[in-house]
Ligand binder design. Structure first.
Ligand code: ADP
Length: 279
């Protein structure tokens, strides 16, 4: 199968503890994610992004419909390790993902659970720590590291599982700007190496770095396309209470004031080129 992830008419309902009422978080989503691609998923709080990510990782199973990861049907119990080894997950809060008191032990945790032989674990741990520029901190205690460094350790833990795909659920939400840009450059590097990346984010500038943007709204896919296609629909995006990247907003406001800004501008560089005509 050429698709890394194949989601077919997925419906997911939570049952609330208090009153046993069903909350339908995903209301019929079909989505194919190509092997080696970089997809950003955006949408306002409560639109179902995390629920979708957890269905990809088999942390949650479909109420109806199906999710296939690397061809493995997540509903089949015997597939669970193949699913989780194919698509690793990195969450928002690095503190909740770090389990050991030494950085390199933490990175080894995933492959140990997969039963990888010790010699191979050593190789994977060193490689993963180098990939996130944290090799020199391998003997440190994670709690002494910054938020961005801890998140890079969590990413190294995911890389050490040798997954084909990594699903990032708002990995930069708790980081300062420096930590955010470090983590984003690692994510882009992983994509360049051929790993399929799914990035849930509420930062539009991060989403603009992806090849494809999927916008979720009320448990459904509202828009799906390249950043250029999606951001050209600024009015619809604003109507979903989402921001658009700064450059797009600037284009929009200039057009409202009667300046004929071309439709194809989406990034800062293109905007600068356009403005320089008026030198
Ligand atoms: P997002 O990641 O876009 O913020 P979520 O997937 O977290 O959205 O949530 C989608 C919907 O599911 C929301 O209405 C939310 O309140 C509900 N929900 C999320 N987690 C639970 C849960 N554990 N129990 C009940 N409802 C939940």
């Amino acid at each position: 199968m050429n698709n890394m992830i194949q989601i077919e008419d997925l419906v997911f309902e939570y049952t609330r503890d208090e009153d046993q009422k069903h909350v339908r978080a995903i209301k019929g989503v079909s989505l194919s994610i190509e092997r080696g691609s970089f997809t950003a998923i955006i949408g306002k709080n409560g639109s179902g992004k995390s629920t979708l990510a957890k269905n990809i990782n088999a942390l949650l199973l479909p109420s109806s419909g199906a999710v296939y990861v690397n061809g493995y049907d997540t509903r089949k119990e015997e597939n669970i390790w193949d699913v989780r080894q194919s698509a690793a997950m990195v969450f928002q809060n690095p503190d909740n993902q770090i389990v050991s008191s030494i950085v390199e032990d933490d990175v080894a945790f995933g492959p140990e659970n997969l039963g990888v032989p010790p010699g191979e674990i050593r190789i994977r741990v060193d490689h993963s720590l180098k990939a996130v520029n944290m090799y020199q901190h391998r003997k440190k205690a994670p709690h002494l590291l910054s938020g961005g460094q801890k998140q890079r350790i969590a990413i190294a833990g995911a890389i050490a599982m040798k997954p084909d795909c990594i699903v990032f659920d708002e990995p930069t939400a708790m980081l300062d700007p420096k930590g955010r840009s470090e983590v984003m450059s690692i994510i882009k590097g992983l994509h360049e190496e051929g790993i399929t990346v799914v990035l849930i984010t509420h930062f539009m500038e991060e989403a603009a770095e992806a090849e494809r943007i999927v916008i979720m709204d009320q448990g459904k896919i509202a828009l799906d396309g390249t950043p250029r296609e999606v951001f050209s629909r600024g009015d619809e995006i604003r109507a979903m209470n989402l921001d658009v990247p700064l450059t797009i907003e600037l284009c929009h406001r200039l057009r409202k004031r009667g300046i004929a800004v071309p439709e194809n501008i989406i990034n800062m560089e293109e905007m600068v080129e356009f403005l320089c005509q008026y030198k």
